[in-house]
Design a protein around this ligand. Structure first.
Ligand SMILES: CC(C)(COP(=O)(O)OP(=O)(O)OC[C@H]1O[C@@H](n2cnc3c(N)ncnc32)[C@H](O)[C@@H]1OP(=O)(O)O)[C@@H](O)C(=O)NCCC(=O)NCCS
Length: 398
């Protein structure tokens, strides 16, 4: 057996996919061949979702049908709202979302089927369920009732109106539309890979999305988005940024490799497994963060972010990643620090579904091997055998 292994599967090609291409050396990202900078803002998030799922941008008629398909699934299922009301208010928004999708799995009208048509219907429902749940949980945990499904014209506006209880301005809805597009897909990132692994066992689409949400939460992945905004708020003043970066990076000195893995001694929003330079999404988000911060009077936070960015540039070669400036955009949108990763999920569910549908269409169980480094085969000693028998005899009956 081939025993060469790569820690963290770095650079390992685990599948073929026609959905998304990442050029880490150049900092470029393509959805089905279209560069992200050309798509974001020029094509709606709904059309981007159709592109990811179907392979081509929809015609006007196809776009209208796709949008109508999404709108037909609107309305938070009452059992999901009831479930959310039972959760402790301090529950993390992603835990609430993961739990809600699990519940929805048990009530989905197509739960008995993994056929392509059924999966597509489920994908439409999940696209709507995720923003509805995220918005409902934010309202419930802050003592408000979830809003009734509004007749908003776009997916982004729908989410914002559910969240705020009033229609957003066209400009704010457009900003979120771009943010969702920038987050819609990113090849085999950890959560998408988790989704594909679940599908490969022929578990269902909801199981795949639950796996993805669970994986997104970690601070090495989407959880960094929450951490960035918390960090920027903690720094508070632009003048403190340089010293903060110095101290956080300086705390790494003398630590073991394992200890250097602790998120507290890493800078959230920096570093990437694939990119070697700042990626195109981060560049777009930086510009949006600047204009949104100016429009909403949150320049100070943007200035803190700029100073952190400069301090990191001066000290490391780590690229800034998508989570850094998106956190400033979320702050300008009034999103609290522990809620950023949930907005990430509202966009990324499009990519999770695209990859799940692709995996269903051409599936083989994903089952890699481990390079075993434990003890060689050895006999069980007589003393150990007696101890096992004794402990079994004395253990309480279950
Ligand atoms: C994204 C990330 C998990 C990629 O990890 P990776 O490819 O496995 O790289 P490693 O964790 O092996 O890091 C390589 C080196 O760079 C360092 N490094 C990586 N990201 C760092 C960061 N954000 N701050 C400080 N040091 C960092 C590591 O400590 C390691 O150095 P060491 O060998 O001296 O300990 C990593 O860069 C990270 O933890 N970033 C912060 C969290 C984040 O923003 N995640 C969102 C990603 S989109």
């Amino acid at each position: 057996m081939e025993t060469a292994w790569k820690a963290g599967l770095e650079d390992v090609i685990a599948t073929q996919s026609a959905i998304c291409q990442v050029d880490g050396a150049a900092g470029r990202l393509y959805y089905r061949g279209y560069e992200i900078g050309d798509v974001a803002g020029a094509v709606s998030f709904e059309d981007v979702t159709a592109l990811l799922w179907r392979g081509e941008l929809p015609s006007a008629a196809e776009a209208a049908t796709f949008k109508a398909g999404l709108e037909a699934t609107r309305g938070l299922p009452a059992p999901v709202a009831d479930l959310l009301r039972t959760l402790p208010r301090e529950s993390h928004p992603l835990d609430a979302l993961r739990t809600a999708v699990s519940l929805a799995a048990t009530r989905d009208p197509d739960r008995q089927s993994n056929e392509p048509d059924a999966n597509l219907r489920k994908a439409f429902r999940l696209m709507t369920l995720v923003p509805e749940t995220v918005a409902a949980w934010q309202r419930i945990r802050t003592g408000r009732a979830p809003g009734a499904a509004p007749a908003a014209s776009s997916h982004a506006a729908y989410f914002l109106e559910l969240l705020e209880g009033r229609a957003p301005s066209a400009e704010v809805a457009r900003v979120l539309d771009v943010v969702l597009t920038l987050h819609a897909d990113h090849e085999l990132n950890a959560s998408t890979f988790a989704a594909r692994v679940a599908v490969a066992t022929l578990a269902d689409l909801h199981a795949a999305i639950v796996s993805a949400i669970a994986t997104l939460k970690g601070p090495r992945h989407g959880g960094a988005n929450d951490d960035v905004l918390a960090m920027l708020c903690e720094i508070g003043e632009p003048a403190r940024a340089e010293g903060y970066v110095e101290a956080r990076l300086g705390a790494r000195a003398g630590l073991s490799k394992h200890e250097r893995g602790n998120p507290r001694v890493r800078m959230p929003g920096f570093g990437h497994r694939v990119y070697r330079v700042d990626d195109a999404r981060a560049r777009v988000l930086r510009g949006m963060a600047q204009s949104m911060a100016a429009a909403t009077g949150r320049q100070k936070l943007f200035e803190v972010a700029e100073r952190v960015y400069d301090a990191m540039r001066a000290r490391t070669t780590l690229p800034v990643n998508v989570d850094f400036f998106s956190a400033v955009v979320y702050d300008a949108l009034g999103i609290p620090p522990d809620f950023c990763t949930s907005i990430f999920a509202v966009g990324r569910v499009a990519g999770w579904c695209a990859h799940a549908l692709e995996q269903f269409a051409d599936n083989r169980l994903i089952r890699p091997r481990a390079d075993y480094i434990g003890p060689a085969p050895r006999p069980l000693g007589a003393t150990q055998r007696r101890r096992t028998e004794t402990s079994m005899a004395s253990s309480p009956k279950s």
